[in-house]
Design a protein around this ligand. Structure first.
Ligand SMILES: Nc1nc2c(ncn2[C@@H]2O[C@H](COP(=O)(O)OP(=O)(O)OP(=O)(O)O)[C@@H](O)[C@H]2O)c(=O)[nH]1
Length: 496
């Protein structure tokens, strides 16, 4: 306690913290700034003081409070609510900054993030207690600041909206989001971290105005939860705690190397927000903004950041869902057009592609050759070794043939052990050579669990005015001839 300082109004203060040591430290650091300073060790004791005495400044020191204790949070919120506009200063440890917006929802307050230097604390208290020289001018300035703040947020919200609706996939969207967030005043770097399968947290996008590379800083791109900075660095901490993290001086995170790297890139403040598509849902990642200046965020700004984070999380979830749907649709199409056993096109797709290639060949005057082949005596493979080995043999034959074809060629399974090849831009003579090469290759291919097999083949070049069915009929006849000729040979289908 100190005596009245002449010339200034009396100042009564109340400091709340459960630790005797912290109360004593505060007393020795700032006691002289008050005419009477009361120290309270509990919310209950503080409430009693507030009911009994005039208090000009309530200082709530959150150091020592458990961030997970919602009971304490509710009790402290009650104190803030009871102040109805009287000054409240919150001293908040870096690991519990999520309580700042929570408590702001109960009433206006100023906050400082700890650890804080004694001089800075004393200066803050002086500023808070000193009445403005021109209250009206101050009020006007505050209104102007608020207006500018809201205008800035609105601009970001609009560009975010564009980012979320225009982007094709998650990474494009993430890049757009980072770009949009950079328009916030003082932002030098933005980043988006996204949780992929199996808890793999990845840096999906970053936008830098200060040449900072977050991947390098965190020493990796993915598996970020295994980064040495996991419990220190705001965007990682926001994911592991699921809470907002605000760091107002890089050194307060407790890692000197990190602090130097951030200072080198002009970073003075870091804000990270967890991303959840619904309030109690799992954390999908985090969004991180790095500022080149200190900003005391208002309640409205915190609320706006929270809704931006929700907006982003929702956009990411939607985009991921869209990607999954596309992948599923792709798989369904594959199932609909491919033979499940061999992976070759199925008969329907084979016929569709045959008609398509015939039309294309006709339009551009290009040759189109067809090769049909059938495994010889395949019945005996099934009879001798069983159906599963027969299946395996079919798969190997199809795969072996496919590796010998051009990517523009088509292999289709037409029935049982009979296949059709559409050899585009190919004349009969070259198709004959290809067929001979395939015959030789299959005869020399080892099959798992059974003897080698041979194939009989028929080759045809589609005539200029010929339809698909006619060409298939010609191939059928030629294949029969190949079988009759003793199998393991190639027959040319005659033009009709
Ligand atoms: N394992 C297996 N066998 C199949 C499949 N589709 C057809 N087959 C068998 O293929 C055999 C075809 O027999 P066949 O039409 O008599 O012809 P082949 O024994 O190959 O004799 P040739 O064609 O005259 O050389 C039958 O035993 C069918 O059961 C399949 O998907 N898996």
């Amino acid at each position: 306690m100190v005596a009245d300082t002449p010339g200034r109004p009396t100042r009564f203060g109340l400091f709340l913290n459960p630790s005797g040591e912290r109360r004593a430290d505060f007393q020795s650091c700032c006691g002289e700034q008050f005419d009477r300073l009361t120290l309270a060790d509990s919310v209950h004791a503080a409430r009693e003081q507030l009911e009994r005495h005039r208090i000009d400044l309530l200082i709530i020191d959150l150091n020592g409070y458990d961030s997970a204790n919602s009971h304490d949070l509710a009790a402290i919120a009650g104190l803030v609510r009871g102040r109805v506009g009287e000054p409240v200063l919150l001293l908040c440890p870096y690991t519990n900054t999520a309580w700042i917006p929570e408590l702001m929802a109960s009433g206006p307050l100023q906050y400082r993030i700890c650890p804080i230097l004694n001089e800075e604390l004393a200066q803050t208290i002086e500023q808070t207690l000193t009445p403005p020289l021109d209250p009206q001018a101050q009020m006007q300035q505050q209104l102007l600041d608020k207006e500018r703040e809201l205008r800035d947020l609105l601009t970001i919200q609009r560009s975010l909206q564009r980012a979320l609706t225009g982007a094709e996939d998650v990474s494009a969207m993430a890049a757009q989001i980072c770009l949009a967030l950079c328009s916030f005043p003082g932002v030098r770097h933005t980043a988006l971290l996204h949780m992929k399968e199996h808890g793999n947290l990845q840096l999906v996008a970053q936008e830098a105005r200060n040449h900072l590379d977050l991947a390098r800083l965190m020493q990796r791109h993915n598996r970020l939860l295994e980064s040495p900075l996991n419990q220190i660095f705001p965007p990682l901490l926001a994911v592991s705690t699921g809470e907002l993290v605000l760091l107002d001086a890089p050194e307060k995170a407790g890692d000197p190397e990190l602090a130097v790297s951030l200072h080198d890139r002009d970073v003075r403040m870091v804000l990270a927000l967890p991303l959840r598509s619904e309030p109690e849902g799992p954390v999908l990642g985090s969004v991180c903004l790095m500022f080149d200046r200190l900003i005391q965020f208002s309640r409205e700004q915190f609320a706006c950041f929270a809704s931006l984070a929700q907006f982003i999380a929702f956009g990411l979830a939607m985009s991921e869902l869209r990607q999954q749907n596309d992948a599923l649709a792709g798989k369904l199409t594959q199932i609909a057009i491919n033979d499940a056993l061999t992976g070759a096109s199925n008969r329907r797709q084979g016929e569709t592609l045959l008609d398509q290639e015939i039309r294309r060949a006709r339009r551009y005057g290009l040759p189109l050759a067809l090769i049909s082949f059938d495994i010889d005596n395949f019945r005996s493979v099934n009879d001798l070794y069983g159906y599963p080995i027969g299946d395996q043999a079919l798969r190997v034959v199809a795969q072996t043939v496919r590796t010998r074809l051009r990517s523009s060629d088509v292999l289709a399974r037409m029935r049982g052990e009979e296949f059709l090849i559409l050899a585009t831009h190919t004349v009969a003579i070259d198709a004959l050579k290809l067929a001979e090469k395939l015959r030789e290759t299959i005869a020399g291919t080892e099959l798992p669990g059974c003897d080698t097999v041979t194939i009989s083949l028929a080759v045809a070049q589609v005539a200029p005015e010929e339809g698909g069915q006619s060409a298939l009929d010609r191939l059928d006849a030629a294949l029969h001839r190949a079988k009759r000729a003793g199998r393991n040979c190639v027959e040319l289908a005659m033009a009709s």
